[in-house]
Design a protein around this ligand. Structure first.
Ligand code: FUB
Ligand code: ZN
Length: 653
């Protein structure tokens, strides 16, 4: 079975990811803590422009103080506000693992103590229900998020314990697991339901992996089995609350079970439906549990969901979720570029799902998707300053439309400082802050190391030592120096986007190495040298013709980076450029200094369509094309220079 290598065994020293890891440590983590602790200097955005969201402050830490009886006052914020703190704590755990910092650890220890103080003796913890609605505890699994929050808590505590050996963290987690076990299960006196928002499953599996407490694994299996068994479960809960005169508190969505991804049992699922983050946290836990129970039915379902997403429902950026209505998946090939959702959390969850699929069956297709999400749809979730965040990641914005059409209300053109529903910012921090985990994966049984991503780094694990020396993405040459006491197989991923690959292993040269697969070398490694060189070209990308939104359009990709055009760099309105395959393929890369640092721009010699500026419609037009230059930048860097129009899919000549 393939295994994730502990982060501290992978030292990253490249310019690209180190920039993010340092920014997260130096700026994002302290900033997010200050927001969670009600920094008065932060503007909180009402995503979706819905008035009923609270937006004056986060109050997330204060909610714990109130629940612990340390502060007076009520609960403030979303029903799942606690999870913002938990994701932040997880981000801290990863940061401390690679960059120990006593001051930061002391702050995080205090947060652990606060959580412990808020946890009740029976192990329950959720500040919303403790402070505001005790009557509704576990009576509204449809939207209560109690187990969702506890799932994030378990993930955070497992990570924090692994990094710091903080026993208080482990105790809280054990109490949570014991508590859930006393309330949920097949027994008659227990609740036969799962949380409307999957997440607890992942937390339980990770707790099991750390402690080998079988109870946690059984509970995860229970939640994955009970989901969708009774498709009326959530409606029955609501009816019971109504009958008992309790508030119902449900977001109004047309197909509740589908939105909650509880329309059938996970093992019977064949496609991605419903709320995208729910779907993908569920899928990630389905794949992860297969590692432990080898459930073949579950694996078949995972594969079907995977194929459906990757071949029919995923944006070129690795974004998912085509509609704001329920933040959800829609039908196959429905990939609108401007009203989509593409929530940062959904791309993150897709990367998690992909990695667990990879660990079951190590094919490059999974790393391709991880890479696609990381370099594009997830990175775009934060500004380069590390303190502004996108929730929704569009592939096209036009200012006048965005500002005037309420259907685009959820699409922001600049990253806000925070959100009333702030799930994405700390999710970004924990995911990109632990990006090293994707670079190498180990299969100890078969003595194989997978080298998945190019990044200057060093892996030291057991008796294997791999130094990867490269300036990638700034260069196309990679050198590995490998030593181990026993023979190992190395599998080096040769991505689909490179060509003319040459590999030399201790002086022996392999020309024309195939791309889009792993290059495998098994031998004794004694300070051995591997050198790889390859070519990358600017690529034009065409979508399947069933993607109506991309008909007669081309996108531009260079290496793993999807590019976009921003108005600020271009003379004519973006919608008037007409590019051809050849224009794109003969484009040049130019590294330039600009307000956002050193950015590799792509410059395309192309054409613009003549315009009839004054008339709305022109009859029998005489369309003329003139030559023009189009400048594009990596998608993840867009909206770092103010608010502007942006397009990923360009109109074709
Ligand atoms: O419901 C909790 C989180 O809030 C979801 O995962 C996000 O999509 C956002 O709705
Ligand atoms: Zn989110």
């Amino acid at each position: 079975m393939l295994k994730e290598i502990p982060l501290k065994q992978i030292q990253i020293s490249d310019d690209f990811w180190s920039f993010y890891i340092n920014t997260i440590k130096e700026k994002t983590i302290p900033y997010q803590y200050s927001v969670l602790d009600n920094s008065p200097y932060v503007n909180i955005e009402n995503e979706n422009k819905k008035d009923y969201f609270e937006k004056d402050k986060s109050n997330a830490l204060e909610n714990f103080r109130v629940a612990a009886g340390i502060s007076d006052g009520g609960h403030y914020g979303m029903i799942f506000q606690d999870s913002d703190v938990y994701k932040w704590l997880e981000a801290v755990a990863y940061s401390l693992q690679v960059n120990p910092d006593r001051k930061l650890q002391a702050v995080a220890d205090e947060v652990v103590n606060l959580i412990s103080a808020a946890q009740t003796d029976d192990g329950y913890i959720n500040t919303y229900f403790q402070v505001k609605e005790p009557r509704l505890k576990y009576r509204m699994l449809y939207s209560g998020h109690e187990l969702y929050c506890m799932g994030h808590l378990l993930e955070a505590l497992v990570a924090y314990y692994e990094t710091t050996q903080n026993t208080a963290a482990l105790n809280i987690a054990q109490k949570v697991v014991n508590h859930i076990d006393s309330v949920f299960g097949y027994e008659e006196n227990k609740i036969h339901g799962s949380d409307g928002h999957p997440e607890i499953e992942l937390g339980l599996i990770k707790f099991y992996e750390l402690t080998k407490d079988e109870k946690a694994l059984k509970l995860a299996e229970f939640f994955l089995d009970i989901r969708g068994k009774n498709t009326e479960f959530y409606k029955e809960e609501m009816a019971r609350n109504e009958k008992d005169g309790l508030p119902i508190k449900m977001i109004k969505v047309p197909h509740l079970e589908t939105y909650l991804v509880a329309h059938k049992q996970p093992k019977d699922m064949t496609e991605a439906v419903g709320h995208a983050v729910r779907m993908l946290y569920l899928a990630a836990s389905m794949a992860r549990i297969v590692h432990h129970n080898s459930d073949s039915e579950m694996y078949v379902a995972c594969k079907a969901i995977w194929d459906n997403i990757v071949h029919k429902k995923m944006y070129i950026t690795g974004g998912v979720g085509s509609t704001t209505d329920g933040e959800a998946f829609t039908g196959d090939y429905d990939l609108p570029n401007d009203i989509m959702y593409c929530e940062t959390c959904a791309s993150i969850a897709l990367a998690y799902f992909a990695y667990d699929m990879f660990k079951i069956q190590p094919d490059t297709e999974y790393i391709d998707v991880i890479e696609r999400t990381l370099y594009n749809g997830i990175l775009s979730g934060a500004s380069l300053d590390g303190i502004h965040f996108f929730y929704v990641n569009p592939l096209e914005v036009h200012g006048n439309i965005n500002d005037s059409n309420p259907d685009h209300g959820h699409v922001k053109r600049v990253r806000p400082q925070w959100y009333s529903c702030a799930c994405c910012p700390p999710n970004f921090a924990r995911t990109i802050g632990s990006v090293q985990r994707y670079i190498y994966t180990i299969d100890e049984e078969n003595k194989t190391v997978y080298l998945n991503l190019f990044a200057k780094s060093r892996l030291k694990y057991g008796d294997i030592d791999i130094i990867q020396d490269t300036d990638f993405p700034g260069s196309n040459s990679i050198h590995y120096t490998v030593s181990s006491n026993s023979p190992y197989i190395l599998k080096i991923r040769i991505p689909y986007w490179c060509s003319n690959v040459k590999i030399t292993v201790d002086g022996e040269t392999f020309d024309n190495v195939k791309n889009n697969c792993y290059f495998e070398i098994g031998k004794e490694w004694n300070n051995s040298r591997i050198a790889i060189t390859f070519d990358t070209h600017v690529m034009a990308v065409k979508a399947n013709s069933k993607v109506i939104a991309d008909a007669n359009r081309l996108a531009v990709q260079y290496g793993p980076f999807v590019y976009c055009a921003e108005q600020i760099d271009n003379e004519h309105p973006l919608s008037r450029y007409r590019v051809s395959n050849d224009d794109i393929r003969s484009a040049v890369i130019a590294v330039e200094n600009c307000d956002i640092g050193t950015v590799p721009f792509i410059k395309i010699d192309t054409t613009v369509e003549s315009s009839e500026e004054n008339s709305l419609y022109t009859y029998n037009p005489q369309i003329e094309y003139t030559t023009a230059k189009l400048k594009m930048l990596p998608y993840y860097t867009w909206a770092n220079r103010g608010s502007d129009d942006m397009m990923v899919w360009l109109h074709q000549k």
